[in-house]
Design a protein around this ligand. Structure first.
Ligand code: KIV
Length: 280
């Protein structure tokens, strides 16, 4: 188990970005998304890193993609997660439209997220195109988790696996090197061919966290709602369902509905019995 960092602003001793950066490569990093306080509490002791991902647009809010998620939404969910996370490093996504204009916009957004959520770091999508913004945040003391390969914020026409062909492979590698050069403490690689993810992992000194980028990465991340069978949208090939919470919810609701309709609920244990006070 990794050592904890000094207490965060909220008094928790969560893993700091430097511990993630210097993680033992022999021990893959375990990372999941969390958007709410109770789920953060369940996952926190198990994970090295909890990501408040802008995937919440789809899995919580029923949006078609991540575009349209606002900074206020990310801050509200980020704060919910930091309230209950005591161990794992908490990272909050900067949503589309809040950093692409350049370092000034990225700084304003990231400073708000850090101040209002108490998270350890922010995540931005992109490589070469946002190198200056990542560098500005790091210089300002804001730790950054990179995100290269498939970039959902730019995938209006569907999710395409990255790293195909010489040019495709070179582009993802250049993005990886830019993210490292800018000072990110680790980077997510999403939806990228296995050999390309492997070469990047070998080339970088910071850890790579894969999602659809093979076991060659230094760690893995999944959307928790995919993992536990709570999201009813498309399950990508790279995800794996380890539970069926949707089925559990439906079954519990159906049993309760049946009990209500037959007046088996509420039972004696669920009511406040007693004698009403008599008026003098
Ligand atoms: O928003 C998200 O959940 C993510 C992960 C899929 C890496 O960025």
């Amino acid at each position: 188990m990794q050592q904890n960092a000094p207490a965060s602003a909220d008094g928790a001793t969560r893993i700091g970005p430097d511990k993630i950066r210097n993680a033992d490569p022999a021990r893959p990093l375990v990372c999941l998304t969390a958007y709410t306080a109770p789920v953060a509490a369940y996952l926190d002791p198990i994970c090295d890193l909890l990501l408040v991902g802008d995937s919440l647009g789809m899995v919580i809010y029923g949006m078609d993609g991540t575009v349209g998620v606002t900074l206020d939404m990310m801050i509200a969910h980020g704060r919910a997660v930091t309230r209950r996370a005591r161990h794992a490093c908490v990272v909050v996504d900067l949503p589309a439209g809040t950093y692409e204009d350049g370092p000034e916009q990225a700084l304003a957004s990231a400073r708000r997220v850090m101040a209002e959520t108490g998270a350890e770091a922010v995540k931005l999508e992109g490589g070469v195109a946002i190198e200056a913004s990542i560098a500005a945040l790091v210089t300002d003391g804001i730790p950054v988790l990179g995100h290269i390969g498939l970039l959902p914020q730019q995938a209006e026409n569907g999710f395409r696996i990255q790293g195909r062909g010489e040019d495709g492979a070179r582009q993802v590698m250049e993005d990886a090197l830019a993210v490292e050069r800018a000072g990110a403490f680790a980077t997510v690689i999403e939806g990228t061919l296995e050999p390309v993810a492997r070469s990047i992992t070998e080339a970088l000194s910071i850890p790579t966290i894969g999602i659809g980028a093979s076991a060659a990465c230094d760690g893995q991340i999944l959307v928790t709602d995919d993992l536990v069978g709570l999201y009813d949208g498309h399950l990508p090939k790279f995800a794996e369902r380890y539970a069926d919470l949707a089925g559990t919810i439906r079954e519990a609701a159906q049993r309760w509905a049946d009990d209500v309709r037959t007046r088996a609920f509420p039972g004696q244990d669920n009511i406040y019995a007693g004698t009403p006070a008599t008026k003098e």
